[in-house]
Write a protein that binds this ligand. Structure first.
Ligand code: PXP
Length: 250
């Protein structure tokens, strides 16, 4: 199976919000990446609406439906946003931790805290009850205690946080310990029949060792793609990554 490429287009909305204009269009971004081989669109509706807006969710969903590809809606466990996710009924939701003061999602959900565990667990149950066709993934560190706790919930996948690994790769530091952690996480999730996705901070270079080791079924990549699009165009960058992925058909 060729791993799936999910393209996170939040950063197109970030650019739009920076000037308060109605361009660049996230709808056009979704269309271009899907036209060029992306397997999924990922957007994060944040509580503070700093990039993706409520109306973007509906508009982008129309595009994903037109292309017959999944919409992956990232959200924190916030009542108002969960309600929107339920009303939207995307193919996937990915629950992430969210802090107002952070620049971007800084790490996986903390499930070791029993309060957090209960909150996330309740959110999963509510989504499964109200939108039974929506699959759920949890954004987590590749930590076995956390994964064991996650496996008790009604989830379909875990998206492993690759941010620290990607940074080590970028800085040309030794990243082998992350590959060991990812392998252990992958084996554990496989044993529980939970899909194993990856995301955060990945580039065309840092995704290669993960592809070579067949560690994940899906990769959600945003910032690098949008940055590279400044020089090469969004369609070309997507096509190029998608073609890289086809070399790793395990
Ligand atoms: N996956 C999750 C859960 C995220 O929060 C993000 C960032 O919004 C991404 C993937 C994409 O990360 P990046 O933009 O660094 O590629």
């Amino acid at each position: 199976m060729i791993p799936r490429l999910g393209v996170n287009i939040d950063h197109v909305a970030t650019l739009r919000q920076a000037r308060g204009e109605d361009y660049p269009s996230v709808v056009e971004a979704a269309r271009v990446v899907l036209e060029n081989g992306a397997d999924q669109i990922t957007i994060h509706l944040r509580e503070d609406r700093r990039h993706i807006q409520d109306t973007d969710v509906e508009a982008v969903q129309l595009v994903t439906k037109r292309y017959g590809k999944p919409l992956n809606l990232e959200l924190g466990c916030n009542d108002e946003i969960v309600e929107i996710a339920i009303a939207t009924a995307p193919e996937w939701v990915c629950l992430v931790p969210e802090k107002r003061e952070e620049r971007t999602t800084e790490g996986g959900l903390d499930l070791v805290s029993s309060t957090n565990f209960e909150k996330v667990n309740k959110t999963c149950e509510l989504i499964k009850e109200k939108s039974p066709n929506t699959k759920i993934s949890l954004f987590l560190e590749a930590d076995l205690q956390t994964l064991e706790l996650a496996s008790k919930m009604k989830i379909d996948a875990v998206e492993v946080h690759t941010g620290d690994y990607a940074r080590a790769h970028l800085l040309e530091e030794d990243y082998s310990k992350y590959l060991t952690q990812f392998k252990a996480a992958h084996e554990f999730l496989l044993s529980k029949k939970i899909n194993c996705h990856a995301g955060h901070g990945l580039t065309k270079e840092s995704v290669v060792p993960l592809l070579e080791n067949n560690l994940f079924e899906e990769y959600n990549i945003g910032h690098w793609i949008i940055c590279q699009a400044v020089f090469n165009g969004l369609g070309n960058v997507t096509k190029d990554l998608q073609s890289l992925f086809t070399h790793y058909d395990h």
